[in-house]
Write a protein that binds this ligand. Structure first.
Ligand code: AMP
Ligand code: MN
Ligand code: MN
Ligand code: MN
Length: 280
């Protein structure tokens, strides 16, 4: 059995689509034995101040991060930034553009759902989104709350993915811009949960190659959404590309019972950890 990792470099709070306030998230990670946690909310750094403060209080290393939404050849992919400087003007301007798109998209999703007989989705999602952004997760929670589906997965499958009534194509940052904003803010760019994109080998290598050319530094090899097999495949691709490896639960709150903080396995042998040269 592989030991549990001290590091968890991907998580969400109520500043985006997590269900725990930043301070509570840090408390829970600390109690679960996580030594270094990155808060990486979608397209916002609004939770970082409180999380950093709580990390200092408890003696947990809080790595300021963000998860940037990207459109790459018509698909949505995610790039995590680690150690980003909070309030950096270029990064914040970029994220603010993405949040503006989210606002427009939320109204558009609601309009489409309304035509499909789901009433009040805009107000519902807005109410459930108490932080800086509205995400599809908030629409999913509203639809579950209305009793129109059993769980979030079912909502995504029936309403919110391509070819389904509430789907609105993303128009997010380019891969190049996302990496540039993160690096300008002093951060390291990590390609998030690559197995989730379900790319065939050549496409995956294309994505990793472009990401590296833009200045990307690491790939999330271990992820809460990767199977053991996915981890091993991504470890091999990452090493072959000469990139570093990261690990992150992508935790969104305690109501996802299949994944708890402090349970991530260590990186597979042969990976160069993204934290190798960190001072903490
Ligand atoms: P958005 O960035 O607003 O398009 O929302 C994407 C978020 O939805 C992801 O970060 C996940 O938290 C969540 N999500 C995506 N697919 C699923 C799914 N099949 N089941 C549950 N949550 C999902
Ligand atoms: Mn999410
Ligand atoms: Mn993601
Ligand atoms: Mn995430």
């Amino acid at each position: 059995m592989s030991p549990v990792s001290d590091y968890d470099l991907h998580s969400h709070s109520t500043a985006s689509d997590g269900t725990l306030e930043p301070r509570l998230l840090v408390q829970r990670a600390h109690a679960a034995g996580v030594r270094a946690l990155a808060l990486t909310d979608h397209d916002t750094t609004a939770g970082l101040e409180a999380a950093t403060d709580e990390g200092q209080r408890l003696g947990l290393v809080l790595i300021p991060g963000v998860e940037v939404s990207v459109t790459w050849h018509g698909r949505t992919v995610h790039v995590v930034g680690l150690h980003v400087e909070r309030g950096h003007p270029l990064l914040e301007a970029g994220l603010s553009g993405l949040r503006a798109f989210r606002e427009w998209r939320a109204a558009e999703i609601a309009r489409r759902l309304e035509q499909h007989g789901v009433a009040g989705a805009y107000e519902g999602a807005r109410r459930l989104a108490t932080g800086a952004i509205v995400s599809r997760t908030h629409f999913a929670r509203y639809i579950v709350e209305r009793g129109l589906a059993r769980d979030l997965r079912e909502v995504f499958r029936r309403f919110l993915v391509r070819h389904k009534p509430g789907h609105v194509p993303g128009e997010w940052a380019s891969l190049e811009d996302a990496v540039r904003w993160i690096r300008a803010a002093g951060g390291q760019a990590v390609l998030a949960h690559p197995a989730r994109y379900r790319l065939a080998g050549p496409q995956l290598r294309g994505l990793i190659g472009e990401f590296r050319e833009c200045g990307g530094e690491a790939i999330e090899v271990v992820s809460g959404s990767h199977s053991r097999e996915d981890c091993l495949v991504m470890a091999a691709e990452t090493t072959a590309a000469g990139l570093r490896a990261s690990t992150g639960s992508d935790y969104h709150g305690p109501d996802n019972p299949w994944l708890e903080l402090g349970t991530l396995p260590a990186l597979p042998q042969g990976c160069a950890p993204v934290w190798e040269n960190w001072s903490h």
